[in-house]
Design a protein around this ligand. Sequence first.
Ligand SMILES: NC(=O)c1ccc[n+]([C@@H]2O[C@H](COP(=O)([O-])OP(=O)(O)OC[C@H]3O[C@@H](n4cnc5c(N)ncnc54)[C@H](O)[C@@H]3O)[C@@H](O)[C@H]2O)c1
Length: 343
Amino acid sequence: MAKTILITGGAGFVGHHCAEHILRNTDWNIIILDSLNYAGDLQRIVEIEKDQDGGNDIINVKKSNSDRIKFIWHDLRAPISPTVHKLLENLDYCIHFASESHVDRSLQDSIPFVTSNVVGTANLLEYLKHCQMQCKTLIFSTDEVFGAAPEGVAFKEEDQLKPSNPYAAAKAGEEMIAYSFAHAFNLPISIVRSTNIIGERQHTEKFLPKVIKSILNDEKVIFHGGGTKDLSSRCWIHARNVADGLLFLLDKAGTKEYYNISGEEKTILEVADWVCEVIKGRKLNQVEYEFLDYYSARPGHDKRYALSGEKMKKLGWTPPIDLERSLKKTVTWTLANRQWLQF
Ligand SMILES: NC(=O)c1ccc[n+]([C@@H]2O[C@H](COP(=O)([O-])OP(=O)(O)OC[C@H]3O[C@@H](n4cnc5c(N)ncnc54)[C@H](O)[C@@H]3O)[C@@H](O)[C@H]2O)c1
């Protein structure tokens, strides 16, 4: 019998890529649970179900897509209700993405971050504890829980958490709740952290679509940072690589473990230059961008994040698609699907 996976937050950016990857590479049934906040959009699920070309290049079709995705509207800030429980069949796997996800919003108001990310995770795990003890669960978190990485350092799984903005702190809280449930109730839960993710259908509040939009509209690209000598840098990875790593971990992960999925390190200017190359055939020139002082414009801004991918490599996994190729594909796809830049 085909297995069933619950994907929370599957109407969001990373979650829908993961749902698409599982749709194309397994014969599992997929239940997406999402509250459809401002970042959740059912159109993402409509497009992956239609087999519309999302630029997918890790495909190994196992079964037709029809009727394999079921959607449940539920806000995890509330406990799983008896009605929702009836809709959740025997679950084999769960990947928990549902989360408030934008740092800038957390600087304006931290409360939704604490309620969705910490309380929401506790509500999900209470449900799994009572009803789905055997469900192998991956809690999806972020490199930001470690705070800024000094030059030359890539944080390993067991390093100390030092979150430096409310979003990162709420994700760290989510991780702590998850680990405690794995430990106290012997649930098969592990925690996976990823670096910055790019890909198709990302919300325009995030860096890559924002840069694409500015360049397309001939507007200045705004960077957080002190200038070209003080550029922020991140490790970037495409959402399909992340989904591939998660599918790998659903098979290989132990319990009460932490895993890092890491991308390739580039400064924000290098990424914007690549985008400009695709759109205009040349790099950004100096009048086309501007720096906002990150200390005043974005309190708690971390100049650099980095994760070590060594543990996953030793287990036998590395990202299948390189950054340059996946970034160019994402930009080209977005140019052909500009409705995703509207909001
Ligand atoms: N995007 C990145 O670069 C990145 C990097 C590392 C980790 N992450 C993590 O990946 C996950 C997904 O990120 P994303 O970029 O896809 O975010 P997103 O904002 O695009 O999607 C989040 C989804 O969760 C849903 N959601 C939010 N609160 C909910 C609640 N209380 N109940 C049910 N559903 C709720 C939203 O409706 C949305 O569909 C998050 O946990 C985030 O912390 C993201």
